[in-house]
Design a protein around this ligand. Structure first.
Ligand SMILES: Nc1ncnc2c1ncn2[C@@H]1O[C@H](COP(=O)(O)OP(=O)(O)OP(=O)(O)O)[C@@H](O)[C@H]1O
Ligand SMILES: [Mg+2]
Length: 362
């Protein structure tokens, strides 16, 4: 029987910690579709690795059901061991064997498995896996003679030789330096697409999650708090936690007024998105706006709605943009502007908050 590559339902996993229980995974459910990169994103300790390890069979869940390609691999009373699950996995620390050559590292899963793979087929599969990750010609090298990025790709080849239904990646780029990490991000994404292998990806890095995922599940304290495409999660965060964790966000407390108006300490704002919420007139709401969505005017604009006056607090030039912090009342707003903007601390400025760029958290 075939089905969704991965279905997780009501997954729970707790760990005993000095007499108490840490609920690492607390009722987590999600489906991963054919060919997509589904990412678990969240801060350290939120339960990403525990979820991934449960899918791999390296942890025994306390409750819930895990189905890989139509086969129940974990349920009350049933448990398929990791080596019999149709998966490939890359850990944070690659787990490359230093005493083995590149070839032997990549061939390992085919040699240890129950199903004896003929020598000729091992050679063919390893060669095609190494070709896919651009390491052809390196077969005889010792693994320690590879660069960090090459080791990372080798770990990937090893995860792929068995042609798994599902690829599990736990922070596979976190050991690389910033530059290589960025290059590998693009490479990994195009490789995944070429191979079309369904992937469950774990990261705490929001840029990585946004740039590489088909869909993202944001986790907090063992739960999925929002699921959506990168755009949905970034542009329409469901909670303050998501808005804060996925990128930088300015928050503004307010009260819904008549129509789509919201009263705030910085003035009355017209916020179309408030119409989509359950908030009624008089209910408290929180407005959220991204730094790059705020338009900064160095001179007082005419009759532009949603404009507040402030004073430049700090100007940080970061090359491709300039991050200008602006004091408005008791708060400070973070804005991201064109690097040609020429303002200095103490200058009076006007911040325009375009209505369609304001999210509403209730
Ligand atoms: N073997 C274990 N024994 C006890 N507690 C554990 C064990 N493994 C994980 N935990 C706890 O479960 C919680 C979730 O851990 P998990 O490793 O899943 O987090 P994570 O989201 O992967 O974090 P990180 O980004 O730091 O890797 C944490 O509080 C962690 O301390
Ligand atoms: Mg982890």
């Amino acid at each position: 029987m075939t089905g969704t590559p991965l279905a997780v339902e009501g997954l729970r996993k707790g760990f005993a910690d000095r007499g108490a229980t840490v609920q690492a995974v607390d009722d987590v459910s999600f489906d991963v579709r054919e060919g997509e990169v589904y990412t678990l994103l969240g801060p350290s300790g939120c339960g990403k690795t525990s979820t991934l390890r449960s899918v791999a069979g390296l942890e025994r869940p306390d409750a819930g059901r895990i189905v890989i390609d139509g086969t129940v691999v974990s349920d009350t009373g049933s448990f398929v061991p990791p080596e019999r699950r149709d998966i490939g996995m890359v850990f944070q620390s690659y787990g490359i064997w230093p005493h083995m050559t590149v070839f032997d590292n990549a061939a390992f899963p085919l040699k240890v498995g129950k199903a004896k793979v003929p020598k000729k087929e091992i050679r063919e599969r390893v060669e095609s896996a190494l070709a896919a990750i651009h390491l052809s010609g390196y077969e005889g090298r010792m693994a320690t003679q590879l660069s960090g990025g090459q080791q990372q790709r080798l770990a990937l080849a090893r995860a792929l030789v068995r042609r798994p239904k599902l690829l599990l990646l736990d922070e596979p780029l976190s050991n690389l330096d910033a530059k290589l990490r960025q290059a590998m991000r693009a490479e990994l994404a195009s490789l995944q697409q070429e191979l079309g292998v369904t992937t469950l990806f774990v990261t705490h890095d929001q840029d990585e999650a946004l740039s590489m995922s088909s869909r993202i599940a944001v986790m907090q304290n063992g739960k999925i708090v929002q699921e959506g495409t990168p755009r949905e999660v970034y542009q329409r965060p469901a909670t303050r936690f998501v808005a804060d964790f996925v990128g930088t966000t300015n928050f503004l407390d307010g009260t819904r007024g008549t129509g789509t108006l919201v009263e705030t300490a910085a003035g009355t704002m017209d916020v179309p998105a408030v119409a989509d919420t359950a908030a009624k007139a008089g209910d408290p709401v929180v407005l959220a706006v991204r730094p790059e969505a705020v338009l900064l005017h160095a001179a007082e604009p005419g009759a532009v709605p949603n404009t507040v006056k402030g004073e430049v607090d700090r100007v940080m030039f970061v090359g491709e943009s300039v991050d200008c912090h602006v004091r408005v009342g008791d708060g400070t707003w973070v804005t991201r502007q064109d690097p040609r903007l020429d303002v200095a601390p103490g200058d009076a400025v006007w911040l325009e908050l375009p209505g369609d760029r304001l999210s509403v958290l209730t």
